[in-house]
Structures are given as C-alpha cells and as structure tokens.
Write a protein that binds this ligand. Structure first.
Ligand code: ZN
Length: 258
C-alpha cells in the first residue's frame, strides 16, 4: 500500500549501516514511523527530508509491518534553528512533547502547533520564553486540559488582583477564597493539588493563549516582572497533566543558563 502525506520529522534515529528510522507527525495519521533506506549516505535523496524538524511531503510504501520511504519532498528544514542553541534545544523539547501526546490517528492541531512553533524558533523574532509558554499551554488544551480562567471557580467572582491557578482542576481561585480554603484545611489536605499564584497580567496572557488562533498564540508580550511566572505556570500545567518530565526540557534549561 502506498500513501502520501505531509508532516514534520519529530524523531530521527540511525538504523543499520546507513538508514534512518524516522517518526513523522502528520495531520491524517498522527504519528507514523518510517524507514528511510540509505538516508545517511552522502548524496541520499532523503538526506534533508529525513532530518529532525524537517517538514516534507512523504510517499511511503507499507510492506508487512514496516513503512519504507519511497519519495520525499522537503518544504522547510527550519534552518534558522541552527543559529541558536536554546532555539534548537526548545525545538527538541517540542518534538518530544508531540511524540508523547500524538496518537496514531489524528494529528492536525498538533502539527499546526508544532509547525508554528518551529517557524517562530527558526525566525528568532519572538521571545523564546513566550514561545515555550504558549506552546506548553496550547499542547495542554489540545490534549483536553483546557483551563477555565473566566472567574473564581469557588465564588464565581471576577479576577482583578493576584489569585491562584489550581493546575489539576484547570481553574482559578481568588485570593479571598484561597485564604478561606487555607483556614478550613488540615495540614494533610490537598497534598495532590498543585496551586500556583498568578498575577492579573499572567491570567491575561493565559486567556490570550487559550483563545487565540494557533497562528497567533505567540503574538503578545509580557513584562520581565511577569514572564518568569508565566513560564513556570505553563510548564507546571503541561507536566502535571502529562504526569511526566522530559530530558529534552532539562537540556533546554541547561543551555538557557549558559
Ligand atoms: Zn473566589
């Protein structure tokens, strides 16, 4: 059976003497694993299309359990990523997250998000911290963890001053309700909950990210006072819902500090 689809290489591993085993994220089939024979040979027609981060149209032939790459037409290698170590490290983290959450049947939203993220990182015009935060929160939403940030989940009141994000419930709690809750709880209560303080500016940014079209999720700015909190909240939100951590994220943090 021969199929053609466009997608991003989210994993590329050496296989045999000169082959590459690639995982492609595409809209139609989600995550697809393909063997690119001879892709590591000098002059191979799959040299760039089978490389990590490359967006290509692939023609694949399935024989028994293995899909073999027959043709590939590279559209964007996101070459600009190679100009910045933090950008390429964050791209690696984004691919690892996509690989973790992608299913084997549908990947349209996820692929759009990844393409826009790779484009922003490759261009290098957006603050990388905003790209990371918006990517993480949007992945969470795609996975079904859309937070309700409209009002306090306990009293229904508006949020105008510092409040709290209840990560696991995906809700906001105003400072008055939080104080009341603290008074009511015994020391052992709520150990499984993850509560992050958030400023009104951070809530505004979170609301923007969850309501914007994927193409525009990075098109906002946040001052230096609030940016670290935005970054921390979005990361916590994603990792707690996925219940895991990523080596690629640790690597990104290491290179960010250099
Ligand atoms: Zn309240």
């Amino acid at each position: 059976m021969i199929t053609t689809f466009s997608g991003v290489v989210i994993r590329s591993c050496n296989s045999g003497e000169s082959d590459r085993m690639i995982t492609v994220l595409c809209a139609e089939y989600g995550k697809v694993t393909v063997l690119a024979k001879g892709a590591r040979k000098t002059g191979s027609k799959f040299m760039s299309s089978a490389s990590l981060y490359c967006y290509s149209t692939f023609t694949v032939q399935k024989e028994e359990e293995i899909s073999f790459l027959r043709e590939a037409d590279a559209h964007n290698t996101f070459f600009g990523l190679h100009n910045s170590l933090p950008a390429i490290a964050l791209a690696g983290y984004a691919c690892a997250v996509c690989e973790d959450v992608a299913t084997e049947d549908e990947g349209g939203m996820l692929m759009r998000l990844l393409l826009n993220t790779l484009f922003a990182l490759s261009e290098g015009k957006k603050d990388i911290r905003i790209v990371k935060a918006a990517f993480e929160l949007t992945v969470s939403c795609i996975c079904g963890f859309l937070p309700d940030l409209s009002c306090c989940s306990i009293c229904g009141g508006g949020i105008s001053k510092e409040s709290y994000l209840d990560v696991m419930n995906g809700t906001v709690i105003c400072s008055d309700c939080k104080e009341r809750l603290n008074g009511e709880k015994t020391a052992n209560d709520g150990t499984a909950s993850v509560i992050c303080p958030i400023t009104p500016t951070v809530i505004t940014a979170l609301r923007y990210i969850i309501s914007a079209d994927i193409k525009r999720i990075f098109s906002f700015s946040v001052g230096e006072d609030d940016l670290p909190m935005l970054e921390a909240v979005c990361e916590k939100y994603l990792l707690n819902h996925l219940e895991r951590s990523f080596d690629a994220l640790d690597f990104y943090k290491t290179v960010r500090e250099v």
